[in-house]
Design a protein around this ligand. Structure first.
Ligand code: NAP
Length: 266
């Protein structure tokens, strides 16, 4: 990151900030001079990431009752402000045909992927952003724009998160900007079952010729969170290596859906 884009000294929360995309976002925000707070369920990993980032952390699920309030209170107590919220933590379960999706897993998916981002925005708004302004970035998925094998629950939650992003953008303007980033296939633990068995084949089917790295997504998130995007709200920034435009490219066969069809469970 060559510019702090006005992020120097601002305070940022990144949910799911201990590995993958969230860790890259937290690292990029810290490198831009922001004070960073990360969350995740694994307390050891939260402590490790917070120490590496020179920031703070809170262990717990974003869907835990009281977690959004506890997180906001911690950040305001430690940093005295809360300028940036990145809703990144998510679950890709229940995985499989929708006719087999149980009620508890379905509710948990919506609690983590949709309700928690809303509750966190509410807390950030009430505690800081309503008075001082701020920026929210929700991490959605390129897959929310279409259907796919076995990912119906995940896709439905992310489509809801996209809608939530636009609705909040309208409701919270002009004080708070709310945008989303929609990644294609990225080299992380969550997506390992898709990219690891035969990465070359998957990469060959993408117009830009490779799968994504967490930093590809982090750069987009940081830009949207920064003053460089001060006139951007309600937008969804696709960071997908050309996945959406592959029908017009000379890239090979798109192998991702074939992979999803072959993997019975995650
Ligand atoms: N990787 C891809 O190809 C891809 C593509 C499109 C969209 N995305 C989106 O990108 C975001 C990050 O995914 P990723 O691929 O980086 O996943 P990842 O590598 O599995 O990392 C997920 C992070 O979120 C935390 N987390 C998971 N559930 C949580 C919960 N209930 N409460 C708090 N923290 C939680 C994890 O730590 P703990 O396990 O310790 O909680 C970890 O820090 C997600 O929103 C995902 O849907 C990913």
């Amino acid at each position: 990151m060559t510019s702090s884009y006005g992020l120097e000294g601002r305070a940022a929360v990144v949910t799911g900030g201990t590995r993958g995309i969230g860790r890259a976002v937290a690292g990029a925000l810290a490198a831009a001079g922001a004070l960073v707070c990360v969350t995740a369920r694994d307390a050891t990993e939260v402590r490790r990431a917070a120490a590496e980032l020179g920031g703070i952390g809170l262990a717990g699920s974003v869907a835990d009752p009281g977690h959004p309030e506890e997180l906001t209170d911690l950040v305001l107590r430690e940093f005295g402000r809360l300028d940036v919220l990145v809703n990144n933590a998510a679950t890709n379960r229940p995985y499989g045909p929708l006719m087999e999706a149980g009620a508890d897993a379905w509710r948990e998916a919506f609690a983590v992927n949709v309700e928690a981002p809303l509750r966190l925005v509410q807390c950030a708004w009430r505690g800081w952003m309503r008075e001082h302004g701020g920026a929210v970035v929700n991490v959605c998925t390129e897959g929310a724009g279409h259907v796919g094998p076995r990912v119906g629950a995940y896709g439905t939650t992310k489509a809801a998160l996209l809608h939530l992003t636009r609705q909040l953008a309208g409701e919270l303007a002009p004080r708070v900007r709310v945008n989303s980033v929609s990644p294609g296939l990225v080299r992380t633990e969550m997506a390992r079952f898709v990219w690891e068995p035969g990465e070359e084949e998957v990469a060959a089917g993408l117009p830009l010729g490779r799968i994504g790295e967490p930093q590809d997504v982090a750069r987009a998130v940081v830009w949207l969170a920064s003053d460089a995007a001060e006139w951007v709200t309600g937008a969804d920034l696709l960071v997908d290596g050309g996945t959406r435009v592959r029908a017009a490219s000379t890239a090979g066969t798109y192998a991702v859906h074939e992979r999803l069809r072959r993997v019975p469970e995650v």
